[in-house]
Design a protein around this ligand. Structure first.
Ligand SMILES: [Zn+2]
Length: 498
């Protein structure tokens, strides 16, 4: 308000005098609220959009939206909250402006992708072809950041090279790539800026190029493009396509079943995972059990679910050998109470720990409350393992992940969005690079956590899968006629006597 708005009002003859000075007597104007004939300007921070709550607003202008918090306190998305103020106006206008930030988490990129996608285009001085100026077509000669000899832009149509002044002398226009869309979106970069010389842009690039963090800033601010983090992400669509028809609930190569449980305020999310030689895995079922964890009913349902006998193609049965339940949420004591009575069934409470260098299955201790066994799980390490396994494209090899296509198994598109909802990125802390997990977009990440817990359960159980495979081949299987016998395997528990 003080640095930009006030000087603009003061220095623009058409505006000067329309808005009373803050200091003038009887003025209703404050720094953040300015009245003028026919309207008002109200300035609010993205972290407190509730300041707008009582006012209808016709035009909302959101600046630097990529730096907004995902939620304004507990109130929700600040852009959505601000937009809500405009609903009573037929001629409302919502403007989002920003330097983009990280690909996949950028608000402005998402908004632009859904718009007319207009680009500022200039004509080639040789052939007249209208085109946006891009870094890819920029050709420069330099001996270092301070010795830029020449910068030219190559026409994408005729290949002619022309310098800055020739290109900038052309008459430009906006050209939409999606002209049918209702929301208009505009993109331009610093190469067309009247305030920045190409030589300076090249010099900035040469200074920044060796540091990922500086290069990121340069890409964001000079090119106006999002930065793609180095961290690899698994393509959810490939996983969706990979889903297969199992011959039975539990495919034959599965030797052991484990489960992971995430506790939310209104539900449990549970996954049963089958494991074979080389920790090749088969998703068996992803189940959401709704209910209030403060009440006993939902726990009865969970107990029953975890005790189920699952069927193979030959009719024989197999039960879950080990389960990990997250105790880190709001129902810690309930989780302890449930688990402590079921340790003989290897149903264990776990607590996730973030950060590098933590063992995937760490220390086990007894809790003061309820005297329950509690395993510490290094979730970041678990995510790295999972990412590596999901990237494995070769069925029958170590760690390959299978998923069932049958709808009732619960592996829909939402599941895969959740499973791939986080990726590893490089972050700089006090100049040192560090890998961190960040959430991509706003999808729920429970499927990722739950798979991590089911994997932790396998590590706690620590079975010799290769040996089990030999035993399995030699033992006669139960037939459909008989009562299914849950398989019993000699397993070594890590750290705890069940
Ligand atoms: Zn040309």
């Amino acid at each position: 308000s003080k640095d930009r708005l006030q000087p603009m009002i003061r220095d623009t003859p058409a505006l000067n005098g329309k808005v009373k000075d803050v200091k003038s007597r009887g003025s209703e104007n404050t720094i953040l609220h300015k009245k003028f004939p026919g309207g008002h300007i109200t300035l609010v921070g993205a972290n407190a959009p509730s300041t707008l709550a009582s006012r209808p607003i016709r035009i909302v202008f959101c600046d630097e939206v990529d730096r907004y918090p995902a939620s304004a306190g507990a109130e929700g998305d600040p852009v959505a909250l601000a937009a809500k103020r405009t609903t009573t106006f037929w001629n409302r206008k919502l403007v989002l402006v920003s330097t983009p930030t990280v690909k996949g988490v950028s608000r402005i990129e998402k908004a632009y992708e859904n718009s007319t996608k207009e680009q500022w285009c200039l004509p080639c001085p040789s052939c007249g072809e209208l085109q946006p100026l891009t870094w890819g077509q920029t050709i420069f000669k330099a001996d270092g950041p301070d010795q830029v000899q020449s910068v030219e832009h190559c026409c994408r149509e005729c290949g002619a090279l022309h310098g800055e002044y020739e290109w900038k002398a052309g008459i430009g226009q906006w050209i939409a790539r999606e002209p049918e869309r209702k929301t208009r979106g505009f993109h331009l970069n610093e190469l067309v800026s009247p305030w920045k010389r190409w030589e300076e842009i090249v010099s900035d690039f040469l200074k920044a190029k060796d540091s990922p963090e500086e290069l990121k800033t340069w890409v964001n601010t000079s090119l106006g493009e999002t930065w793609e983090e180095q961290g690899e992400q698994v393509d959810e669509n490939e996983l969706v396509k990979r889903r297969e028809q199992y011959a039975a609930s539990v495919p034959d190569p599965v030797l052991v079943l484990t489960a992971g449980v995430d506790v939310q305020n209104d539900r449990f999310e549970v996954e049963v995972v089958g494991w074979g030689v080389g920790k090749e895995s088969w998703g068996i079922e992803y189940r959401i059990i709704y209910g209030d964890p403060a009440k006993p009913e939902i726990w009865h349902q969970l107990d029953e679910y975890l005790g189920r006998t699952w069927r193979r193609a030959d009719g024989s049965g197999i039960t879950v050998s080990c389960t990990c339940i997250d105790s880190g949420g709001h129902h810690t004591t309930d989780v302890y109470r449930f688990c402590v009575k079921r340790e003989t069934r290897r149903i264990f409470a776990i607590k996730g720990e973030g950060g590098d260098g933590k063992a995937f299955v760490g220390r086990v201790s007894r809790t003061a409350r309820e005297n329950c066994a509690l395993f510490l799980i290094g979730v970041d390490g678990g995510k790295v393992t999972l990412l590596t396994r999901l990237k494995n494209k070769f069925e029958g090899t170590e760690g390959y992940c299978h998923f069932p296509i049958k709808a009732e198994c619960g592996y829909g598109e939402e599941y895969f969005k959740g499973l791939t909802s986080e990726k590893q990125v490089i972050r700089f802390h006090k100049g040192r690079p560090r890998l961190e997990w960040i959430k991509v977009g706003k999808v729920r990440n429970e499927p990722l956590d739950v798979r991590n817990y089911a994997t932790a359960a396998l590590e706690i159980l620590n079975p010799n899968l290769e040996m089990l495979a030999k035993v399995d081949r030699n033992s006669p299987k139960n037939t459909q006629s008989g009562q299914a016998q849950p398989r019993k395997y000699g397993v070594v528990n890590k750290g705890i006597q069940a």
